[in-house]
Every structure is written in C-alpha cells, then in structure tokens.
Ligand binder design. Structure first.
Ligand code: HAM
Length: 444
C-alpha cells in the first residue's frame, strides 16, 4: 500500500487542490497508525510505570505564551495567525502549556507533580531527515522538586522506554551537561556586568554541532547578535565547551562549585539506576531553548547519523517568567520521528496486524440476517469482529483473514441456515466446527 510520507510537492492536483498533505506533515494510513498507536502505548506504559499522570491542553494557544526574546529558532518557526483580533499560535512544544496549567492552579497543587503528555507539535522547520513540520512528542515533567533525584528519575524513564522498544543498551546515549555549570564558569568573566546575555549565548552555542565552532564564534562576536563577545571571550566559551568529563569541566569552574557537586551527586544516582555509563558528560550540550537553567541532556543514536531523539532539562524559572510563583521544574520531550527512523534502521518495528479476531461471512443475501446475528453475538462477548459486506468472494475473504492474523472465520450458507448453525473455521489450528447461530442465552 502506498503510504504518504509527506514528500514531494503539495501544490497542484485535481481541481487546484493538492492530494498531498502540506509539506512536512504526514497522513497516517492504517499501517502508519498501527505503528503510531504501538509507539504511544509504549510512551504511556513507561510513564505509568513511573507514577506519572497524563494531561493535555489545547493545540492552539495565545501567541504570547510562546514568544520569547532570546533568538530561539522555535519562536521564529511558530504557526501563528490572527482570528477575531486575537493572536493565536499552534503549539510548537508542550512545556509552556504545562507551565500555564501549573500556574493556573498553583495554590491548590500538591507538589511534586509528575505529569506526562503525548501531543502533536507544529514548527515551520527547514526540512531535513528527522525534522518535520509536525511531530508528536512524549513529555515527562516533574514540577516542585529542586533536587537532582528528579533528573535521575527522568533519565531512567528514558532508558526504560528505549529498553521497552527493544533497543540494546549502547544503541542510544544521553549526553548531559549543566547550564548552571556553564553560567558559573562564565559569571566572573564573560557574563560579568551583563548576565542577560546568558540566554542568547546558550541559544547560539547550541548550534555548534550543526554549524561548527567558527560560525558559532562569529555569531557570539556579532555586535548585532544579542551576545557581542570579544574574540578572546568567545574563544574562552569554545574552550569550556570542549570538556568531556566532570574533572575536565571542574577546571573551568570555581573550587567548591555547587554545579559540579550537583552533577557528581546526579551521577551517583545514575549509577544506582544502572545507566551512568550511557550518560556521558558533554559540555557542548546546552540546548536551544532559552528557559533551561540547570542540568540539560540530549539523546542520540550511537551511530551518530540521526538527529536528537529526545532532549530536556531543568527550567526552574519558567513559572516566574510566565507570571507565576517560583517553582522548580525539569522534564524532557521525546519525539516520534527520529525514534521511528532508528527502529526502522534496526529492524525493530514489530509486525503489527489489523486488530480483527473474527470474520463473519454469508454466502448469499438470504444468510445475511443470520450473519448479523452471529456478529452481534460475538461483539457482545467482547470479540473484535469484521462482518463481510456486499458480495465479497470467499477466497479473497480467507486470504485477507490470514494476512490480517484473524483467529476465526464464521461461514453461513443455505445448508447451515436451514440447520440453525454456523461453520467456525479456526485458522491457526486449521479445524472446523459448527456452532448455533444464536447462543442459548442471547437476546433476540
Ligand atoms: P526539543 O529539543 O525542541 O525540546 O524537542 C524534543 C524532541 O522532539 C527532539 O529531540 C526531537 O525528537 C523532537 N522534535 C522536535 N522538533 C522536531 C521536528 N521538527 N520534527 C521531528 N521531531 C522533532 C522541547 O520541545 C522541550 N519542550 C522538551 C522539554 C520538556 N523540556 C522540558 N520539558
């Protein structure tokens, strides 16, 4: 079956309408939907096993909720529009909506809160492999816990998810850093007298993997760019980003650095979860969203060929920024696109069949009412039943039943009808028995 992946032109087509979905968006045909539902079931199962509760919010929010000034790509990529004098936007990520929900009931909440979401997000991205203009994202967030126990629990949930998908340990690593550490390392130098450049600075250095150190240096030094460092200061920043162990990073931080102590404590907890070896420290991970304040992390395939699978971190000041009382928060977003590519590459998508158990077939129009009776009886008993409509050929029905992985086919011809029975073919056992059309206790 041809499955639309949203490739190609979305212009033209019959009557001026395109038959393609808009570029970067996807149709989900039954095959795709089965995979999506299976993946989301893994998201939900993992979150539930960590005691998280699911929440949701509107896909359309006030534009204001998403607008920030640090130069983040996500703000430029908003799908926004005006309607009846209101400025609205499709959500690009779930975090601001979750923050809004927490703030709205802040006084009445019992912290810590453990919430998860599975939502579709919209970003007008430049399209590359692994990046679309809509994607689904699984989020897990903890609000009201300032200790790194929260980070450790979330990182463990990410690995539980990856394990559940059948990915061998080592196929995915989560690179981790701390913005608090970076801020500490720059406080006396680059940031002294201008703490406000820290957010835009993080947004710029997040691009280092994509555009390289030279281009990042150029942007850091650009007087119009919102950061405006000297060449020497930019070089210092780049040097700090090179650290690949806590000991190395500690050289740039103050003695007794609280951020280093916090990271060491986090790694002790990660040892207890059995995942420390798969969470390398990497000072170049800062994340491209302005609101992060502490530990930040990003999940990547070990082969290094795909975009980030998931990302998250601590954002202790977002509630205040949006007008609430301060409350610490940490969480992650885990997309459906890149993990789908990895499962494909690794051959790990399960063979998902349509979910029909029984197929009921009448040979002719006279037997149709009896077929309906059988289908109703089976459905009442909780079976998933497909009733053959119209004049389908038996050979084709049996072939389709086999392909769909159905368990039984119910056949009613003139002879069966005359005797008040239906033939039941068990496809796995290759046996045939007869059953009464109407069960003895069935309502008519
Ligand atoms: P993010 O890094 O922007 O973080 O997105 C998280 C994940 O969503 C990415 O690692 C990727 O898997 C997926 N993703 C993002 N954009 C796209 C896209 N255009 N196409 C396909 N997949 C995409 C956030 O959104 C934060 N709000 C996560 C978070 C929650 N931080 C704290 N709590």
């Amino acid at each position: 079956m041809p499955v639309s992946k949203g490739k190609g032109s979305d212009k033209g087509g019959r009557g001026g309408h395109s038959l393609q979905p808009p570029r970067g968006t996807r149709d989900f045909y039954p095959d795709d939907m089965r995979r999506r539902n299976w993946l989301f079931a893994q998201f939900r199962k993992t979150a539930a096993s960590f005691g998280f509760e699911e929440v949701d919010a509107p896909m359309v929010e006030h534009l204001e909720l998403f607008k920030r000034k640090a130069g983040e790509e996500i703000v430029d990529q908003l799908y926004h529009f005006e309607l009846h004098d209101r400025e609205l936007a499709l959500r690009a990520e779930m975090t601001p909506s979750i923050a809004r929900m927490v703030i709205a009931r802040q006084g009445a909440m019992r912290f810590p809160i453990r919430w998860f979401t599975v939502t579709q997000n919209w970003r007008y991205e430049r399209m590359t492999r692994g990046r679309k203009r809509e994607h689904y994202q699984w989020n897990m967030d903890i609000w009201g816990e300032s200790g790194v126990e929260a980070e450790a629990e979330l990182l463990s949930a990410m690995f539980t998810m990856l394990d559940g998908l059948g990915l061998a340990r080592g196929k995915v690593g989560i690179r981790l850093n701390s913005r608090a550490l970076l801020e500490e390392s720059l406080r006396e130098g680059v940031l002294s007298g201008r703490p406000e450049v820290f957010e835009p600075l993080c947004v710029v250095i997040d691009k280092i993997d994509k555009i390289g150190a030279e281009a990042v240096t150029e942007q850091l030094c650009d007087a119009q760019g919102g950061v405006g460092l000297s060449a020497e200061e930019a070089a210092r920043v780049i040097e700090i980003l090179g650290a690949r162990s806590l000991d190395e990073a500690a050289r740039f931080a103050a003695t007794d650095s609280p951020a280093i102590a916090e990271l060491r404590r986090l790694y002790t907890l990660l040892e207890a979860y059995g995942i420390a070896d798969h969470v390398p420290f990497d000072a170049s991970v800062v994340r491209g969203l302005a609101y992060y304040t502490g530990v930040v992390f990003e999940a990547f395939d070990a082969g290094g060929t795909l975009r980030a699978i998931a990302g998250g971190g601590r954002y202790d000041r977002l509630a205040e920024t949006l007008g609430g009382k301060p409350v610490p928060a940490v969480g992650f977003g885990f997309g459906d696109v890149v993990i789908g590519e990895l499962l494909e590459d690794e051959g790990l998508w399960p063979d998902l069949k349509p979910d029909v158990q029984d197929i009921v077939y009448a040979f002719g129009p006279e037997e149709k009412p009896a077929a309906i009776t059988v289908a109703r009886r089976l459905r009442r008993a909780g079976r998933r039943v497909e009733l053959c409509l119209g004049k389908s050929k038996l050979k084709r029905v049996l072939g389709d039943a086999d392909k769909a992985g159905a368990e039984r086919v119910y056949l009613i011809g003139g002879d069966e009808l005359a005797r008040g029975v239906v033939k039941v073919r068990d496809l796995a056992r290759k046996e045939e028995i007869e059953e009464a059309i109407q069960g003895s206790g069935d309502p008519i």
